[in-house]
Write a protein that binds this ligand. Sequence first.
Ligand code: KIV
Length: 270
Amino acid sequence: MPAGKSPVTASEIFKMKNRGEKITALTAYDATFARLEDEAGIDIILVGDSLGMVIQGHKDTIPVTLDDMIYHCRACSRGVERALLVADMPFMSYQASVEQALLNAGRCLKEGRVQAVKLEGGEAIAETIRRLIEVGIPVMGHIGMQPQMVNVYGGYRLQGRKSFEAERIIHNAEAVQDAGVFSIVLEKIPKGLAGEITKRLKIPTIGIAAGPDCDGQILVNYDLFGLADQYKFKFVRKYLEMARDVREAVKKYGEDIRSGNFPSEAESFE
Ligand code: KIV
């Protein structure tokens, strides 16, 4: 979809695959970056539970709470006019029961002001996805390497290299498609497998570390901006060097204060 003014809906994202249009997606956690990304024409802004790492400084996404997510979603919603705003349901906010998922996803829409939620998982959460959609909550799927499974995997390893793993991922992709998701994130799987899933599914695939053959791509915005430079990922393309620039700017600001160069006459009131 060309970056116009009309708001992007979940069904619009679904239709983009048939039209052969690539889907652009990026995370955001605050109103300022959400506004800038929206103005630049991104189709989907995901308030990712990656905020556990890039905002809160944890080593994984496990400690992120639903209240944390709602706080950041509400902030982002004030900056977004066009993009589809999606809340990432955090660990243990939807896995315990369908009822828990309904109440918590409902809060993301009512209090966080998003238009859809994202859930990690395959067949095991298909019933939950069905019920969420039945009550009016569009759902985005997320399979392949599921960061909320880090303690089962023992790290953020590439998934789907072995043929039995690849078959399980394909099966899970089909299960969440049948349950009604409007799109699905494929994370950290071999590019051939991502291409195969993209060919088989009617819903769009949004890749991260899944190669070029997905229907769209998503990255963590702090990675794209070069802000989270403590992490080095093969699949990230840095479009800015913000960490370096921020360090240099703050250093210069300190020097200007110490030398008496800031504030100047022009920066002062009579
Ligand atoms: O939490 C997140 O930011 C995500 C995306 C990177 C897919 O789940």
